[in-house]
Design a protein around this ligand. Structure first.
Ligand SMILES: Nc1ncnc2c1ncn2[C@@H]1O[C@H](COP(=O)(O)OP(=O)(O)OP(=O)(O)O)[C@@H](O)[C@H]1O
Ligand SMILES: [Mg+2]
Length: 260
């Protein structure tokens, strides 16, 4: 190795180490590559620096998104990109795209996705959750059963500790599968406490196979509690009612139509 090349190498290592010490590890690792690119393209110094910092920021954003997705409990693989809107014409694509901007989360509104089994309620809820994470919101995805178990576990916590629970303070709480099992009295009243706390503070997205009229039955038969919960949930809300075919049965339908 010639002396100038060796010197340049040492300088580069020292610069990379400084970047590292400043917490810019990605830029440190990519320094040599970016310098080579800058010199081959004759880039002005400020353009080189800009590209290097841009790469660092993009990498951080990617890391933030994957960490937040992991912490959110959102299942993987269900996105707006792989949702077949043509299969479910009852869903207005433009409405979903508007919801995907997350303006409703910024305004602490509620979203209710209703419909029979297999029509894509969970898929859409997850896809909107992913959008929320990408837009910088904290998200928690729980099936109703998991949420109720957590609420019961925490029932006697002092308020100061309770307030730190994720289901109370994330920007978007997604509650999947409301309606499969009716809640007992304790669960219904804990659910009311949750909805009351989050009202005006954070968004809730609920997927359900039940209509609004069935909610009293779902909530331990308590008409008064159901009204109080629905009043808060529906005050600033969006409702998507999916009337359509089950995607799960699509393959079966296709197989049957091929045979006949
Ligand atoms: N329009 C669609 N495009 C692509 N995949 C879909 C569509 N609708 C549903 N699916 C897929 O079909 C399966 C069932 O959908 P999903 O779980 O969202 O139904 P659901 O309405 O939540 O049903 P359930 O009430 O039984 O929970 C999932 O794997 C989902 O990804
Ligand atoms: Mg579902």
């Amino acid at each position: 190795m010639s002396a100038p090349v060796a010197r340049a190498r040492v300088d580069l290592d020292a610069t990379a180490e400084r970047l590292e010490r400043l917490g810019l590890s990605y830029a440190a690792g990519r320094l040599a590559e970016h310098l080579a690119e800058a010199s081959s393209q004759d880039l002005p110094a400020h353009r080189f620096l800009d590209r290097l910092l841009d790469a660092e920021l993009a990498e951080r954003e990617q890391r933030r998104i994957s960490t937040s997705l992991r912490l959110s409990g959102l299942p993987t693989g269900q996105t707006l990109g792989n949702f077949d809107f043509a299969f479910q014409p009852a869903i207005e694509r433009s409405r979903i795209e508007t919801l995907a901007t997350c303006a409703w989360i910024r305004s602490h509104e509620t979203l209710l996705i209703q419909g029979p089994p297999g029509v894509g309620k969970t898929h859409l809820a997850v896809a909107l959750g992913v959008k929320a994470v990408e837009n910088g919101f904290s998200v928690l995805f729980l099936r109703l059963e998991e949420l109720i178990a957590a609420l019961k576990r925490d029932a006697d916590l002092p308020a100061s500790r309770l307030r730190r629970r994720k289901y109370l303070n994330v920007a978007l709480l997604i509650i999947d599968e409301m309606g499969f099992e009716p809640l007992d009295r304790q669960a219904a009243s804990l659910f009311f406490r949750l909805v009351s706390y989050r009202y005006g503070r954070g968004s809730i997205l609920i997927t359900t196979n039940k209509g609004i009229k069935d909610w009293p039955e779902l909530l331990a038969g308590d008409e008064v509690l159901a009204t109080a919960i629905l009043d808060r949930l529906l005050h600033h809300s969006h409702v998507i009612n999916i009337k359509g075919r089950s995607y799960r049965l699509r393959d079966l339908e296709q197989a049957i139509s091929l045979r006949s």
